[in-house]
Design a protein around this ligand. Structure first.
Ligand code: HAM
Length: 425
């Protein structure tokens, strides 16, 4: 065993899994970019104050923050999510709204590690700032839904709720607090502690002891203002129009405090119930203002990459094959002929690998087979002397010797035309 191991709650994403990971992000990027969202890359750490806006009473802020004093005496935190950073960036740079952005990257929360719950976990997500329109809520939710469809996950359900406007939410929290206080003798110790900090979060308790009090608790629906109720009805109607199935759950409370009006979660039926939320989001109309910007409506979601891939494993979808190489170069001479041929092949747009350390022909042939390449280009003493190379089809074992100058056109007839590798804007 090596003397160092990954820290609890962190993992190495090794090949080929890392390739699958990147492919997942590419599917997400393709989907949201085709809907007008542009990539944003905020820093991984910020002033702690940026994240304190997620709520004084949330676990994320009170228990799970990776914060430290830096050498310049600043109180810094590793980001526990992206939304606050995106709003800070909006307040700082003042782009013209509507601002539609997408992101992907790691987040850090000091949680108790378990299957599907990590201390470093990745999200992909979108945020839109500057639009107050229920049709946007529908667009945002539908992009999350479409992503799960695109990767082949079928056992995912959409749960939605409205937390009302700031005033509605405040009145509801007060009523919930009063209700749970009168039922305090039935609540678990943990729920009582949560009640003091945030009555809403008591609704999220999974302890059997709290179930009956939660079942009788007032529901948010009765507290919605006319505007908030109309907004929510319009969101539901929009989802109906797009044939996106959903369940309204008035007990859906999210773990962060910035939400108002529409909130939603994507739940995988294939994961353990403690970690079955593969994504979530909602409106957060006060966050930009809280961070020093102009009053700006916002909405977005984040999907957990780790959990989404666990759900894909459970559903046996989004499989990933190691990309096959075009060519494997075998060299038994140790000269520079193989070096320049491999270099040239890559420049011409072929994917090519080679063996090193002058290993035997037999061992290099094995590496060629293992690489999945379709063709081996073999350079022995005769080939090196005569500036030729032997091209071997690795599936049929047919081989032919040609002049090195013909190699590119020969391979193009076998493997198809290639474009030189160069960035095209
Ligand atoms: P969240 O519900 O805290 O929301 O996280 C979103 C998703 O990230 C979760 O549904 C889950 O899949 C994944 N996730 C969260 N914590 C962990 C963890 N410890 N290990 C593995 N996966 C995890 C947010 O982060 C909001 N910023 C979403 C949002 C965007 N709301 C509006 N815009």
């Amino acid at each position: 065993m090596s003397s160092f191991q990954t820290s609890p709650g962190t993992r190495d994403i090794l090949p080929p899994h890392a390739g699958r990971w990147r492919a997942l992000i590419q599917v997400f990027a393709d989907g949201v970019e085709s809907a007008g969202y542009q990539n944003i890359i905020p820093p991984m750490f910020e002033d702690l104050g940026v994240f304190q806006r997620l709520g004084d009473a949330t676990d994320v802020v009170t228990k799970e923050m990776y914060d430290f004093m830096d050498k310049g005496g600043r109180h810094i935190a590793l980001r526990p999510e992206h939304t606050a950073s995106v709003c800070r960036a909006f307040a700082q740079h003042r782009p013209t709204p509507p601002w539609k952005v997408w992101y992907s990257g790691p987040n850090f929360r000091y949680e108790r590690p378990q299957a599907g719950r990590f201390r470093q976990f990745d999200q992909v997500g979108i945020e839109v700032l500057g639009v107050d329109d229920s049709q946007l809520d529908v667009e945002v939710i539908s992009l999350g839904w479409d992503f799960y469809q695109a990767i082949g996950l079928s056992n995912v359900s959409l749960v939605i709720n409205s937390l009302g406007d700031a005033g509605d939410r405040g009145r509801y929290v007060e009523a919930l607090g009063a209700y749970f206080t009168t039922h305090s003798e039935t609540l678990s110790e943990q729920a009582l502690a949560t009640l003091e900090r945030n009555p809403l979060r008591v609704l999220d308790s999974k302890r059997p002891q709290d179930a009956s009090a939660i079942a009788g608790a007032p529901a948010i629906g009765a507290f919605l203002s006319t505007d908030a109720a109309a907004h929510f009805a319009a969101v539901c109607a929009g989802l109906d129009a797009l044939n996106i199935p959903y369940v309204v759950n008035e007990r859906l409370v999210r773990g962060l405090d910035y939400y108002q009006r529409t909130t939603f979660e994507f739940i995988s039926g294939s994961l353990d119930s403690a970690q079955n939320a593969v994504g979530g989001g909602g409106r957060y109309d006060g966050l930009v203002e809280d961070l020093g910007g102009p009053a700006t409506p916002g909405i977005g979601f984040a999907l957990g990459v780790d959990r989404t891939l666990l759900a894909c494993d459970a559903e046996e979808c989004f499989s990933y094959g190691i990309p096959a190489l075009d060519v494997f170069v075998i060299d038994t001479t140790g000269g520079s002929h193989a070096l320049s041929i491999t270099h040239q092949l890559r420049h011409s747009g072929f994917s090519a690998d080679r063996a090193f350390e002058g290993r035997s022909m037999k061992s290099q042939m094995k590496s060629a087979d293992r690489s999945g390449a379709q063709v081996a280009v073999i350079i022995g003493d005769t080939e090196a002397e005569e500036s030729t190379c032997t091209v071997r089809n690795l599936s049929t074992s047919e081989q032919t010797t040609i002049s090195s100058t013909e190699l590119q056109s020969h391979l193009e007839t076998v493997l198809g035309p290639r474009q030189p590798r160069r960035h095209t804007p």
